[in-house]
Design a protein around this ligand. Structure first.
Ligand SMILES: [Cu+2]
Length: 488
């Protein structure tokens, strides 16, 4: 199991119920044959994160400076039970006098704990510590990362996973955590320091040239060793600033059980592919029905079919003779259900970028063509025709909702680029994509809006405060696709 995240060890033994242990032993599985992860002691709860620069071997035999938490890339896995109070002291020991914050992506935190500089807190200066404290109301797969200069700080390696266990997790033999991403290395294996270029802000974002899986180079040699008959819960997060993954588990049939931490009716991958844009998470359940010795590739179809990992069946007998039939439906979190009938409709149109027809945006109340905005302001995008600097919309929210208001937000993408749009402080139902109703009306906190496409979402604006609503291609966010909505 050399590809499990080092901290993927479940704190308890999620899913390995007494009943299943009995089942397993009935099928000839002895405790000694259990994956090592389950035999380990529970790790101590992480209560502090220290942001600093350190060396990391992303490719074998090389070393580069990265930025990260607790000298680990990815940062430590933070793991809680639903309802726990997370207390995390974030200390800043970054170089270059870089201020930072930590945003707990997807967690419905109180506004003051949301980690957005200028909006919810001052940046944490070098040498300072900020104490985050919040209840984790929902189970699921989340992650944390800075919101300050995020197109640079996340790209440098500042991210980690945050897992909240269900009260009664679904029965699986073990969990595997994959933080996917990319990094841009030069010929000597050093991270390229070219953050914030205009062509990245106004184009497809800054793409790395090396895929990463849990902080090291992804590839066919990253083998996930499995046993025939095993049931694995694979928690995936895309930590890249711009890269969109389209994963093909060729020959295997994983089921989707959650998006962005929220349960969804278990179903096969649509067209056999998993779209995972920046910031998005998906939980898959993989019933390992291959034979001992089999190997299956995991391929990213977006990038010339790059193989990011290999699922490798150990040459050992199956762990059980019959596949598990335990239900895979994750218990749902208690999210407020939006009623589209009584909702107030709002529209949000995206324009700009380096391709497509000329667009006009408002800067300081004056209309300007996008190329002029790029030249004078370094901004490339507008939301509802306004171009703003990162976090600058602080006192001019795009929308103001009454607390408890039911909202339908219709996003229309008039650009030639994809935009994974992320709302803070809330999860939303995805009602329609390109005017077609979604099959599962899934909950998400980050949703992909296709070029020239549209997405309608609905939620109850029940969390008071001023919340970011932005593109999670972090270069786009820095290039103007960063606004707020207020709930008061
Ligand atoms: Cu975008």
């Amino acid at each position: 199991m050399n590809d499990a995240h080092p901290a993927a060890t479940p704190r308890r033994e999620p899913g390995l119920s007494r009943r299943e242990l009995l089942q397993a032993s009935g099928a000839g599985l002895s405790l000694a044959a259990l994956p090592a992860a389950l035999a380990q002691a529970a790790p101590a709860a992480v209560r502090s994160l220290k942001a600093s620069a350190f060396a990391q071997a992303i490719r074998p035999g090389e070393s580069t400076e990265v930025w990260g938490f607790n000298s680990s890339l990815p940062g430590p896995v933070l793991r809680y039970r639903r309802g726990d109070v997370a207390q995390i002291a974030v200390a800043n020991a970054l170089p270059r006098n870089a201020g930072t914050t930590v945003h707990w992506h997807g967690i419905r935190v109180p506004n003051a704990m949301d980690g957005v500089p200028q909006v919810t807190q001052d940046p944490i200066a070098v040498g300072e510590t900020f104490n985050y404290e919040f209840r984790v109301p929902d189970a699921g797969t989340y992650w944390y990362h800075p919101h300050q200069m995020s197109y640079e700080q996340v790209a440098r390696g500042m991210y980690g996973m945050l897992i909240v266990d269900e009260d009664k997790p679904i029965a699986v033999d073990r969990e595997v955590l994959w933080a996917l991403g990319d990094v841009k290395l030069d010929a000597k294996g050093r991270q390229v320091d070219d953050f914030g270029r205009l062509q990245d802000l106004g184009g497809g974002g800054r793409l790395g040239n090396v895929f990463t899986l849990n902080g090291r180079q992804a590839g066919r040699d990253r083998r996930l060793a499995v046993r025939s008959g095993e049931r694995i819960r694979l928690r995936l997060v895309n930590t890249a600033t711009a890269r969109i993954f389209l994963l093909d588990f060729r020959g295997q049939r994983p089921l989707v059980v959650a998006h962005d931490g929220q349960a969804v009716e278990p179903h096969p991958l649509p067209q056999g592919l998993l779209l995972l844009g920046p910031g998005m998470r998906t939980d898959l359940v993989l019933d390992c029905d291959g034979a001992p010795g089999d190997t299956y590739p995991v391929i990213d179809r977006r990038d010339r079919g790059y193989q990011i990992a290999t699922i490798a069946y150990e040459r050992k007998p199956a762990v059980r003779s019959r596949a598990l039939r335990d239900p895979l439906r994750i218990e749902a979190n208690a999210l407020p259900e939006p009623d589209p009938v009584k909702a107030v409709e709002h529209f949000l149109v995206f324009e700009g970028g380096l391709l497509g027809r000329p667009a006009i945006g408002m800067v300081d109340g004056k209309p300007l063509k996008i190329p002029e905005i790029m030249r004078s302001r370094g901004l490339s995008w507008t939301m509802n025709y306004v171009a703003e600097h990162e976090h600058a919309m602080l006192h001019t929210p795009m929308f103001t909702f009454r607390q408890g208001e039911h909202v339908v937000l219709k996003m229309v993408n008039e650009t030639e680029f994809e935009h994974p749009m992320h709302l803070h402080g809330h999860s939303f139902r995805v009602l329609r994509v390109n005017d077609r109703p979604t099959r599962f009306r899934e909950w998400r906190d980050t949703v992909m809006v296709a070029p020239r496409g549209s997405v309608d979402i609905a939620f109850v604006a029940d969390n008071p405060g001023e919340w970011m609503f932005h593109c999670h291609i972090l270069e786009h966010a820095a290039g103007g696709m960063m606004g707020t909505v207020a709930v008061e």
